[in-house]
Ligand binder design. Structure first.
Ligand SMILES: Nc1ncnc2c1ncn2[C@@H]1O[C@H](COP(=O)(O)OP(=O)(O)OP(=O)(O)O)[C@@H](O)[C@H]1O
Length: 233
């Protein structure tokens, strides 16, 4: 395991067609623990997630997983190498039950206990197995989306705003689960709730107009007087 980096991004340029959004982004994520990606709306956080998972091409620089360059690999192969992605928009099948959503997620997992482990992490899902995912609350849907991503046994879980649209009472429950997950695997979290993000993460990167503006431990970032300027609309 070379110098404890699972994900290593060097000078990454990425964007949409001719519109470049990320400029020379360098960051790394260890095998275990949380890393927060912060920044105001439009700073490039979702674009970074998409470039890591392979939904956007790498225009410059490099993306490596466990020391191997994956910058040209399709999304499917990056998932096979351990990337789990929970996008900002809901990634559940609304017209399938919770049980069937999990069954589809488990198709690639030979371990028959995988679904049960997800239900241990999110017991609320166990009480709603026969309910259509489309009728779940925002928080339950996020739990299902995270649970589905867990079924591919990710080594790194990318979470784009896992508490967006979630009732405040459930946010704490999701946060506690993510803190536990980050003890076992790498968790990269894009989050508007600064306190939540810095509780899950031990390290943070702040993006500003597609560039890394600040980086440091969660405590250093929380106390940095420049932080508010980069988060202000
Ligand atoms: N499909 C697209 N085509 C062209 N430009 C896009 C596309 N998606 C996003 N962008 C632009 O890329 C920039 C970064 O967007 P991105 O969604 O990565 O920001 P973000 O930091 O995740 O913001 P938010 O907090 O609002 O989700 C924005 O200027 C946005 O308009």
């Amino acid at each position: 395991m070379p110098d404890d980096k699972f994900l290593d991004i060097q000078s990454l340029d990425a964007g949409y067609g001719r519109s470049q959004v990320l400029f020379g982004v360098t960051l790394s994520v260890p095998w275990r623990g949380g890393v927060a990606i912060l920044g105001r709306n439009g700073a490039g956080k979702t674009t970074l997630m998409k470039a890591i998972v392979g939904e956007l091409p790498v225009l410059g620089g490099a993306v490596s997983l466990d020391g191997r360059d994956v910058g040209k690999l399709p999304t499917e192969q990056r998932i096979r190498r351990g990337v789990g992605y929970v996008p900002q928009e809901h990634s559940v099948f609304a017209k399938l039950s919770v049980r069937d959503n999990l069954a589809v997620g488990a198709l690639t997992n030979r371990d028959s206990g995988a679904v049960n482990r997800v239900l241990e992490i999110f017991p609320k899902l166990g009480q709603r197995l026969d309910q259509f995912a489309g009728t779940l609350s925002g928080g339950e849907r996020k739990m299902l989306a995270i649970g589905r991503a867990m079924l591919s046994d990710p080594k790194i879980l990318l979470l784009d705003e896992p508490t967006e649209g979630v009732w405040i009472g459930v946010i704490e429950e999701i946060t506690e689960r993510l803190i536990l997950l980050a003890k076992d695997i790498a968790v990269v979290i894009v989050e508007q709730h600064l306190d939540l993000a810095l509780r899950v993460a031990s390290r943070a990167y702040v993006l500003d107009r597609g560039r890394v503006a600040l980086t440091g431990s969660a405590g250093e970032i929380r106390d940095d007087p420049r932080l508010l300027q980069y988060l202000a609309p």
